[in-house]
Design a protein around this ligand. Structure first.
Ligand code: NAP
Ligand code: ZN
Ligand code: ZN
Length: 361
């Protein structure tokens, strides 16, 4: 592929100090700064980042809700950009390619799970795109920055059919919902409910509908009903109305819970039909107490799922390109990130904020 005329590749002297947005601590607003990127190794790809999505996990992480992290920290694991430079041994990507990076940038590649293409479940722990400990001992820094250096095996191809400015959220919200929908066989004849219609939830609705499943949204209110139906849901209920839980008892084969806060999980388990599964991808720091009696009826299962493997992420991108599925995004500049965080926390997001990284240059 030809190199596209974005901005010229950085010079050798400046290549590794790049503009970024970072959290100075758990309680302060994010600020503009610079961060270091490692020298390009033989199997590395230097990506000039164009867009970075804002995932609720970014907020949980920078605010220390999932445990302590090292500050300053640059988050962002929904990354889309163009290849600016490649190492001598890189074969999968060429300068100018549209590429993406999701939630992990490496894994051991040797354990049972890595060999099965489930690098997200690497037994040694995958190396997270941010707040992870890289092989050289440095703390990884994420995509709210102008460039990133990533091993070529953890770089995805972004199909041309996906609008460039909308692609970033697929790298986390897309794969995190695609993977459980695929694993629990969402498809024709299956009734799937999606709890919470934010960044992950709206992708779950679109992807589940594309599989042919009958999709129901369970949102706090009916405020986003028109959008839910437009994304492919057939039914839309407010969970603030107790009648919802009576009307939908024993209904679903699969419930995908995308909610970032604790829920009365037992009430939702009651909505599963025989052999149904409730899978939580939402990641509140608090435990979700489960009554075993809620599982006995209908032989129900309560499960979790974390992002997806690299091959499956590519499969998801190709699936979305073929089916014309793209996230709904609100593009913002670098200086609007703190305000966007507050809107995500208030469930006031339609449906993913994406930072235009050109505003950082
Ligand atoms: P988001 O855009 O904020 O969406 C969460 C949605 O949950 C909101 O839009 C809202 O939907 C609902 N919600 C929020 N607070 C609620 C409450 N107190 N009670 C009931 N419903 C509530 O967040 P996101 O980026 O989609 O992420 C969702 C969760 O998934 C986060 O915890 C994130 O860390 C986690 N996550 C997990 C993985 C994984 O690998 N498992 C990957 C990415 C993200 P309604 O307005 O429709 O009610
Ligand atoms: Zn995420
Ligand atoms: Zn491994």
């Amino acid at each position: 592929m030809q190199q596209e005329a974005t901005s010229p590749p950085p010079s050798e002297e400046t290549i590794l100090t790049v503009a970024a947005i970072a959290a100075p601590s758990a309680t302060e607003p994010l600020v503009r700064t610079t961060i270091e990127r490692r020298d390009l190794g033989p199997r590395d790809v230097l990506i000039e980042i164009s867009y970075a999505g804002i995932c609720h996990s970014d907020i949980h992480t920078v605010r220390g809700e999932w445990g302590g992290v090292t500050y300053p920290l640059t988050v962002g694991h929904e990354i889309v950009g163009r290849v600016a430079q490649i190492g001598a041994e890189v074969t999968r990507h060429a300068v100018g390619d549209r590429v993406g990076v999701g939630c992990m940038v490496n894994s051991c590649r040797e354990c049972e799970n890595c060999r099965a293409g489930q690098e997200q479940y690497c037994l040694g722990g995958n190396i997270g795109t941010y707040a992870g400990t890289d092989r050289d001992g440095t703390i990884t820094q994420g995509g709210y920055s102008t460039h990133i250096v990533v091993d070529e095996d953890f770089v995805l191809r972004i199909p041309e059919a996906i609008p460039y400015e909308a692609a970033a959220p697929l790298l986390c919200a897309g794969i995190t919902t695609y993977s459980p929908l695929a694993h629990w066989n969402a498809g024709p004849g299956k009734k799937v409910a999606v709890v919470g219609m934010g960044g992950l939830g709206h992708m779950a609705v679109k992807i589940a509908a594309a599989t042919g499943a009958e999709v129901t949204v369970l949102s706090q209110t009916l405020g986003k009903k028109d959008d839910g139906l437009r994304f492919g849901a057939e039914h839309y209920y407010a969970t603030s109305d107790p009648a919802t839980f009576e009307a939908l008892a024993n209904t679903f084969d699969l419930i995908v819970n995308t909610v970032s806060a604790p829920l009365d999980i037992n009430a939702y388990l009651g909505l599963l039909r025989l052999d149904g599964t409730l899978v939580s991808v939402g990641a509140p720091p608090e435990p979700l107490p489960v009554k075993v009696f809620a599982l006995f009826g209908n032989r129900r299962s309560f499960a979790g799922s974390g992002i997806g493997g690299i091959a499956e992420t590519q499969q998801m991108l190709d699936f979305c390109a073929e089916r014309g599925i793209a996230p709904e995004v609100e593009i913002i500049g670098a200086d609007a990130v703190n305000e966007a965080y507050e809107r995500v926390l208030a469930s006031d997001v339609r449906y993913r904020f994406v930072i235009d990284i050109d505003s950082l240059r």
